[in-house]
Design a protein around this ligand. Structure first.
Ligand code: ING
Length: 315
């Protein structure tokens, strides 16, 4: 019997630093309504979907940016979104900046995604593991990418959850470039991997890669989907946001690695695909039958960290 689910990606166009949370939440609710028109049951919003991508600026005292963070989710700014999603019976994944306190009362700042089911219950929370960019100001850059100043890596790593009739995992932005991200979730049986991203088209450390931004984006998510027999939803906050041109091209990808839905604008746009989660087994049960074909005893270096050989000096 098929396990059908109607997936959606809610791509966002730019959010300006002066947009209020209420204005942004209204845009997210409008996208929920577009999703409801298409009978979408799970809608994925991008990374940091409530605010502009503020790591593009480096402020010495991070508390100056506290207004971009949320200590509770939902909270007064976002309750309206959660209520409307529950009313429409649409589950959703929402990226946001999280300010959390541990048992000792120590502050932690994470780049987080929360996953809600169709009944309005929280399924799980994922905190970004691979934090790209830099911590200290790098004035040589046209714009900063100071994620390491504003976020620490999530301590929980990559989990999966039983939800939406399948096994669901999450990742955020730079995570999608690392094959380990998908494989750690694939080993836990992930059938559906939800990924939001904010990706500037200009990569300051090596601008020759700029022309390949779209290619690299789809390359890594298509590979991750295929090599782990999972559906992948990759959703952008794109367009020119505070002067930074950011990649859009949100996609829904099948376990075959094929793109089955793609955004055609750089703004607010919902894309949709109705899929059968049983299709994952076409890949998990054959070419990527992990139990039958993987050889973990040869893979220990992956977890131990690099043991580089240096190239022999040329005579
Ligand atoms: N953004 C970018 C990303 O991984 C980046 C940073 C861009 C890294 C291009 C390397 C190359 O898509 C976030 N937010 O991680």
């Amino acid at each position: 019997m098929a396990r059908l689910i109607s997936l959606g990606a809610a791509q966002l166009g730019p959010i300006s630093k002066d947009d209020t949370k209420a204005q942004v939440v209204d845009r997210l609710i409008a996208l929920l309504h577009h999703a409801a028109e298409q009978a979408i049951e799970l809608l994925v919003f991008p990374e940091l979907a409530l605010t502009t991508f503020f790591p593009r600026w480096h402020v010495e005292d991070v508390t100056e940016f506290d207004h971009y963070y949320h200590t509770e989710m939902p909270d007064a700014d976002t309750q309206k979104l959660f209520d409307e999603a529950k009313r429409l019976r649409i589950g959703f994944a929402l990226g946001y900046a999280e300010l959390a306190y541990d048992e000792a009362g120590k502050e932690h700042r994470y780049n987080t995604t929360i996953l809600m089911d169709r009944d309005g219950n929280m399924v799980g929370k994922y905190r970004k593991v691979h934090i790209p960019g830099h911590k200290d100001p790098e004035p040589w850059r046209e714009f900063q990418h100071a994620e390491r100043h504003y976020f620490e890596p999530g301590p929980e790593g990559f989990g999966v959850w039983n939800a939406f009739g399948g096994v669901v995992g999450m990742a955020i932005c730079n995570d999608r470039r690392w094959s380990e991200t998908y494989r750690v979730m694939g080993l836990q049986g992930a059938e559906l991997i939800l990924i939001g991203y904010n990706t500037p088209l200009h990569y300051a450390p090596d601008p020759t890669q700029n022309a390949l931004a779209g290619f690299h984006n789809h390359l890594v998510m298509q590979s991750g989907a295929y090599q782990n027999g999972a559906f992948v939803v990759g959703v952008a906050k794109g367009g020119i946001e505070e002067g930074v041109d950011s990649l859009a091209q949100s996609v829904i990808i099948a376990p075959s690695g094929q793109i089955i839905a793609q955004a055609i604008t750089t703004g607010d746009e919902v894309i949709q695909a109705r899929v059968d989660l049983d299709f994952c087994f076409t890949y998990k049960g054959n070419v990527f039958d992990f139990d039958k074909y993987r050889t973990p005893h040869h893979y220990t270096k992956i977890a131990e960290g690099p043991q580089r050989y240096e190239p022999e000096p040329q005579e």
